[in-house]
Write a protein that binds this ligand. Sequence first.
Ligand code: FES
Ligand code: FE2
Length: 396
Amino acid sequence: MNVQQSIKMLPTEEAAKLRGSGPLPARPYYDPEWWELERKAIFLRSWLNVGHVCEIPEPGSFIRREIEFARASLLIVRGKDGEVRTFHNVCTHRGTQLVDEAAGKRAQFSCRYHMWTFGTDGRLLSAPDFERFYVAKEDCSLKQLRTEVLAGMIFINFDPEPEQSVRDFFGPIADEMELLPMAQAIDFTEWCYEIDANWKMLFDNFQENYHIKFIHPRTGAQTIGPENPLGYPTHYGFSGPHRSQTLWHNPDPPPPGPTLLLGYGRAAQLAARDAYSFPKTDFKLFPCLHVVALPPGQQFSQTMMPLGPDRTRSTVRMYWTRETDCASRAFAREFGAMSIRDVLSEDRRAIEAGQRGITSGALEHVQFQDHEMLLRHLYETVQEKVADYLAEQEPA
Ligand code: FES
Ligand SMILES: [Fe+2]
């Protein structure tokens, strides 16, 4: 299966006709009151990527995740039965946080305060002098969140009864994700950074190529050419709240430089060739997950978790399907990850400057051209979700 079969990818002119063309209010990019609406309407009831199954390979393996916008500490655990579950990292006696470590492996979780002890399935196993309480043990399990796995990626939802499963939420893109290396990954290289920018401002940067020539004159040279001087994508697709774009193939790419050759070692020639023969379709998944579908070895995912109206944590990961069994492979991976870091650092300065400008309130509106139609789609989707939420709040 390829993307064209599952998502309708339209050439730019056709796709642009589906979208509006007018300016859009700038306020949603910085207003704390608007952010509070997004928090409730979107982030507290959407599927969010919080990790990968390879982080919890064995029964008892766990990771802890802090989700600041929800003021939540989460414990994601592989149970003795192999099931992946997510609990609030909160003892059901009087609320003490159970785990301080970021990750580890345990047969059970004991609270430091009065030693209530929970199983990997969240059930309360034992508690000293429990006869003196006025509650049943069955009613003292850790508080659980909805958790589903797709393509190896762990998704959670703060809504106890989400409208859709993860698979239904992603629609045809779910099948595409199952084909990506992350679905079989056993390891990953991670780079995490916080940025002074609204989450949409950050995501928008990765939804257009208009800036490549100016912000990435060195690193972006391979993705632009005389026939396409701004490196615009060739096709765009929309699937519910999600988007995708097919990048342009440069028919005559510059040869990889000596550093790239050294960095990628034996795989460099192959990587350079694949980079232009592989169908380069990116997924921009609602609300804040970006999967760059480059060839294996260059592909990365990025989760942009909002920390507030003008601050966001970005987690970039390259997933690997083989062990790091030799120095050259370890070097090539690190080189690949750091090359991405270089590019994203170039973006970072422009994004933060954009946030400072927009937060000043000097602009009432922002402008989008045809090749910024994915930004417009995200903007409109957010507006729709907030409008739905507000309509639900109105008394019947
Ligand atoms: S608060 Fe955890 S055992 Fe008392
Ligand atoms: Fe960029």
